[in-house]
Design a protein around this ligand. Sequence first.
Ligand code: SF4
Length: 393
Amino acid sequence: MRQRPGGPEDGAEGLFDLDELVAASAPAAERADRSFRDGEQARRLLDVSEIYAEPAAARSWRGRQIIARFPGARVVETVSHWRIPDLHGNAGNVERWVRIKRGTLVLGERKSFGVRPNGRSADWIAPALSNGCAMACAYCYVPRRKGFANPITVFTNVERVLAAVERHVASTGPKREPNQCDERAWVYDIGENGDCSVDDLISDNTADLIHAFRRLPTAKASFATKFVNPDLLRLDPGGRTRIRFSVMPPYDSRHLDIRTSPVPERLAAAADFLDAGYEVHFNLSPVVIRPGWERDWGELLRAMDDTLPGRVKDQAAAEIIMLTHNQDLHEVNLGWHPRAEEVLWREDLQQSKRSENGSWNVRYRTGVKASAVEALRALIAARAPWLRVRYAF
Ligand code: SF4
């Protein structure tokens, strides 16, 4: 039973809409009875009118399913999903940034199947079945790799990815020592460069991954999401998939998490996902330092404490991820969402470092970051002491 939260402490203005949070708790479970992906809400996020497809991907079973799913879409053949001049690396596309995310899909075949070690959020990074995203978070690192436009690329050779993961799990064997990723299972991140909840609006790739991990008793899938997709409640993950709802104070989310599910809806869905057989964790991410940030994070944590049921709290853990940003993305954002840059681009607080691909990434200066993490840990201890922090980055 959800508790009705009390009023704000310290006379601070309540920035978290608690009524919205309580009201949001019903729809996810109710909507699970029908196909969310075919409904109006899903169409507002993704209404595909153009599909760039590698020939082999278009011919594949999954590719044909996807093309049939969007019968009105124009299919354009492309030699490589990485080299589409109309989409990638074209500064003119800044103006079409969101329109491309909503209306364009790319179908390709994945060529590499390596599993990479991680050790922070997960033990391993699995070869993903997509990259890119229909949402448009202003700080997202994925566009740094894909050029200006960043629609979803879906990989259609699912069976090869699943086989690679299963081979890796088998060769790794059981986990002998607990670590912060998990006590018992090897954790595989399956959505490093996208959002698996949104991918499920397009095809059964996410469902196939979740079902595969149900058969792997020494491993667990994990993905972060900012989108509540009730269709995922119909799957049966059997405790072998960890969904990590990313949360941030709603004030930040409204300015920075463009096209995502509202934070209260993500929190309200946590119990439904737990009851459906998922493990539910939270990403406190990204933490953006701005005037009032500590007050708003404190309020968010208090709302989590007030509204999440005990069974969610008992198994929850969190990652703290401080904002990183990038000079190229900063320039792009100035073209479509300059307000976001007022809080994301803080030269007074940040330091830059040349990345492997030659562009400049920025992050909070070491001392700034350390004291912010300490402040957030103190807030968690005071407001949500049940929330174990797995790691801070
Ligand atoms: S939800 Fe994740 S992948 Fe999608 S735009 Fe936001 S940060 Fe990027």
